[in-house]
Design a protein around this ligand. Structure first.
Ligand SMILES: Cc1ncc(COP(=O)(O)O)c(C=O)c1O
Length: 369
């Protein structure tokens, strides 16, 4: 078949200096991965596996793919996060699309933070509910939208991340939760970048703020600080029963195999004990925030530190200089972020050293001069 029809959009990307391609970058100092605590780098899960388990589950959970380990793991993770029930999905993407496409109905309204992750956005697009965004972390704007929607919608849902993946800032969760209570809206929080990193034992921002009973659903993913793969949706037993019956990404997909679930269970035995690692990350964050940089740094206080360098071409060039100096720091380009907001996204890990951060700061200062 002639594939020329694919060229038009690819050419658009090339012209915008924004063509994506796959690269393998193993020999560099990692300021890029979501392996915040070094669980993957240091092979902590592999080291604690005593006997290999099956790499196949044999089917969907509703057919032949259910087994005791996956149910036990769901129950213990739900207990750890102080939730009534939990349901494991094959990825955070599946969890978010599964919940949002199945729970809100035609006469409902979903109001979501404008910077919500693509998996949340895609789930919302698949839903038959009405939807609109509110300005990033702007609770006044959210309240305005809630007030209007309350008059028209049957059920209202508010969707946010607790730590934003591209801006590295926290959501004002307490204020959002109060608004949800005032307007009788169900709160859905994606804790992907908070899991393992934020709060006591890495339980996440919701629990740090004691808001777990105020959330309708929480999504914790296992592919980031947990160093594994998959995700869990936490909520009531009723929500779990509903998702088992209606979430298509849960129903129509082969269940995670026992080997993957064992890795998740081992991660949940490991990361809660990693207080030293979390403390070190916080020290690195403090160090970076105090550095004198010739660029604007976004105000987030999380391991995702963002240096704004407008223009795809400029930010790509600076990222290339960093790469040539063996630092794996990636540029985030338009159209992933709005024009003028192009950036370096630097992820601080427990295994990064102060001297490495210092070297990055020096290179960034030199790049501007
Ligand atoms: C905020 C957020 N939610 C969900 C996901 C998807 O999780 P997963 O990688 O497990 O599919 C990501 C990952 O990129 C994310 O950053």
């Amino acid at each position: 078949m002639n594939e020329d029809f694919l060229d038009k959009k690819l050419q658009e990307r090339i012209q915008a200096n924004a063509l994506r391609s796959l690269i393998i970058n193993k020999d560099k100092i990692d300021f890029c991965s979501n392996d915040y605590l070094g669980i993957v780098k240091n092979q902590l899960i592999e080291k604690s596996i005593s006997h290999p388990l099956s790499h196949g589950s044999g089917g969907s959970r509703l057919l032949s793919g259910n087994y005791p380990l996956i149910e036990e793991t769901e129950n213990s993770i739900a207990a750890f996060h102080d939730a009534e029930a939990g349901l494991i999905f094959n990825s955070g993407y599946d969890a978010n699309t599964g919940v949002l496409a199945s729970v809100p109905q035609k006469n409902d309204t979903i109001i979501y933070d404008q910077l919500s992750h693509a998996s949340l956005r895609d789930g919302i697009r698949l839903s038959f509910a009405t939807s609109f965004s509110f300005l990033h972390n702007d609770t006044r704007n959210l309240e305005k939208k809630l007030a209007v929607a309350r008059n028209n919608a049957q059920n209202l849902f508010v969707v946010t991340e607790s730590v934003f993946s591209m801006d590295g800032d926290y959501a004002p969760l307490k204020a959002i939760s109060d608004l949800c209570e005032k307007y009788n809206a169900a709160l859905i929080v994606d804790e992907a970048h908070a899991t393992g990193v934020v709060g006591q034992k890495g339980k996440g921002l919701v629990q740090q703020l004691h808001l777990q009973k105020k959330c309708f659903a929480r999504i914790h993913t296992f592919g980031k600080a947990c160093g594994a793969h998959g995700a869990i949706v936490l909520g009531s037993e009723k929500l779990k029963k509903y998702l088992v019956n209606f979430a298509r990404t849960f129903i129509y997909s082969t269940a995670l195999p026992p080997s993957a679930v064992e890795a998740i269970a081992l991660s949940y035995q490991t990361f809660p004990t990693m207080e030293k690692e979390r403390t070190h990350i916080n020290e690195l964050i403090g160090f970076f925030k105090n550095a004198q940089l010739p660029y604007r740094i976004l105000p987030g206080q999380t391991p995702i530190q963002v240096v704004i360098i407008p223009g795809n071409e400029v930010v790509k060039k600076i990222a290339q200089t960093l790469q040539e100096n063996h630092f794996d720091i990636r540029p985030i380009l338009y159209p992933t972020v709005p024009k003028g907001q192009e950036r370096l996204r630097m992820v601080l890990h427990s295994f990064n050293k102060v001297e490495e951060v210092e070297a990055v700061v020096a290179l960034l200062s030199k790049a501007k001069s």
